[in-house]
Design a protein around this ligand. Structure first.
Ligand code: AMP
Length: 478
């Protein structure tokens, strides 16, 4: 299949580094507030990327970091008189709940920055040893002038880069040098001992330390929205390629366009955001997914409630057709056209719909074209149902195909699956929360036996509970 590479600016053939395995990393959230629907757009896109690659038969390891050490977290904690660690855990939990509610369920592992400090320190040590990083009174910095490929991802020349002034600091060699380690005395929750004294990591180094730990020096796909191309992803390339001497760090850099409001990027700082939670009070998760996937992932999308309403109606039309198909299958005797089953299983128009859907996905995950194929199939079936010119077997094929499309896109099209995210997954998430809560109460009462039994029984169901040091608990479904 073809995937657009931000680095080359071209669509290129996906050839995984390790045969059938695709290692995918996407920059996760900075957990200091509720996530908004701009974040949701990016994570829905990469959920579909993972779903489609799995559908193709790849074994996908989808890794996401959680930035739980950051100036914004410390600032918010100070403002609200909270513990930075508890604040980060609270918003991480809310983020996971939001993702469950949206049907974003394909991340294999969430890696917290705070739990990878030794890997971060180790990577910085190697960069210093190789002469790419240096220590000053304020911290450790990457020497941008030593890495000649700097700017290759964002396609900027040395002169362009001169215009950026990241973190002015008189101790730095070059204004563009970015921070690897910040010397700080902010307290035990957000500082760690290091060869350079107490402090905490810079933002960029957490990602390369985490990806190196799980994937090694090179991997297949790195994703995020396009605001991260510079400086964040450019810095990741510099750090990892300088450390390992291997190029490229990543085979495919994939960047999503923004979700905008009146042409402006939705963001916390502009105050023009709608949280995922607020959006889900008015719309169901599937309608929002449909809205997101109606545009190509690299194009900007303009959010409005009207546009979301339109998506809801479009999805309804497909579901209506799926209901008719189901009713017709239920209502007709299964023996009626056994003789023609062989022929009907290859209904040309349904086969063509499948081919067009998959061709669109093969072409850089072109979901709007894939959705068009779904619509055209549905229109054709409606017409044939009216004309009574479609066989039961063809209807069964159509139903199966709608299920297959729904699996890939993470949308419940057919009445059997219904509104997937709203019904089944949302309830599953809530039930897990409830069990976690009960278990926490048992632990507080020191009823360890029953608490452990709940954990073990959940593990049997593939839901792994990891006790956070502060209580609560984090779960992952494997
Ligand atoms: P943050 O928590 O701000 O680091 O963002 C998490 C992810 O969401 C990053 O990949 C961002 O680039 C992405 N993101 C933030 N705002 C938007 C937006 N308005 N549209 C699409 N993606 C976004």
């Amino acid at each position: 299949m073809l995937i657009n590479s931000t680095l080359s600016g071209k669509k290129e053939l996906l050839l995984p580094i390790h045969n059938n395995r695709v290692n995918l990393f996407v920059c996760g959230p900075t957990v200091y507030d509720n996530s908004h629907i701009g974040h949701a757009r990016t994570y829905i896109v990469f959920d579909v990327v993972a779903r489609y690659l799995k559908h193709k038969g790849y074994s996908v390891f989808y890794l996401q970091n959680v930035t739980d050490v950051d100036d914004k977290i410390i600032q918010r904690a100070t403002e609200t008189d909270a513990s930075p660690r508890l604040l980060a855990r609270k918003f991480e939990q809310k983020y996971l709940e939001d993702m469950q509610a949206l049907g974003v369920t394909n991340v294999s592992y969430y890696a917290r920055a705070s739990e990878h400090i030794p890997e971060i320190i180790n990577q910085i040590e190697r960069l210093i040893e190789k002469g790419y990083a240096y220590e000053t009174e304020t911290g450790v910095y990457f020497d941008e002038s030593r890495f000649h490929d700097f700017g290759k991802l964002s396609h900027q020349s040395v002169e362009d880069l001169e215009k950026h002034r990241i973190e002015p600091d008189p101790t730095k060699r070059n204004p563009g040098d970015f921070s690897l380690w910040k010397k700080r005395q902010d307290g035990p929750e957000v500082t760690w001992d290091s060869p350079w004294g107490k402090g905490r990591p810079g933002w960029h180094i957490e990602d390369t330390a985490i990806t190196e730990n799980y994937f090694g020096a090179q991997y297949d796909i790195h994703g995020g929205a396009m605001d991260l191309i510079f400086p964040h992803h450019e810095a990741e390339i510099a750090q990892m390629e300088a450390t390992s001497g291997k190029k490229p760090l990543v085979r495919f850099w994939m960047h999503t366009g923004f979700l905008n409001v009146n042409g402006e990027k939705m963001s916390k700082s502009l105050g023009n955001f709608t949280t995922i939670r607020d959006m889900l009070k008015k719309f169901d998760a599937d309608s929002f997914r449909f809205f997101v996937l109606s545009s190509h992932y690299r194009s900007p999308i303009d959010f409005s409630e009207d546009a979301l309403d339109q998506s809801k109606k479009s999805l309804e039309r497909i579901r209506q057709a799926a209901k008719l198909i189901e009713a017709e299958i239920e209502g007709s005797p299964s023996t009626a056209d056994v003789a023609s089953s062989e022929k009907e299983a290859n209904d040309p128009s349904i086969l063509e719909a499948r081919a067009r859907f998959l061709d669109s996905m093969e072409n850089d995950f072109n979901t709007p074209y894939a959705l068009r194929a779904v619509f055209e199939m549905v229109r054709d079936i409606n017409r044939r149902l009216n004309e009574k010119s479609i066989s039961r077997n063809a209807l069964i094929d159509a139903r199966n195909l709608l299920d297959e499309f729904g699996q890939i896109l993470g949308i419940g099209f057919s009445p059997a699956t219904g509104s997937r995210a709203e019904n089944s997954e949302d309830k599953t998430g809530k039930l897990i929360e409830l069990l976690i809560d009960m278990r926490q109460k048992l632990r507080e009462k020191k009823d360890w036996a029953l608490a452990d039994e709940i954990r073990n029984r959940l593990t049997e169901q593939g839901i792994v509970l990891e006790d956070a040091k502060t209580g609560g608990g984090k779960y992952s479904i494997r």
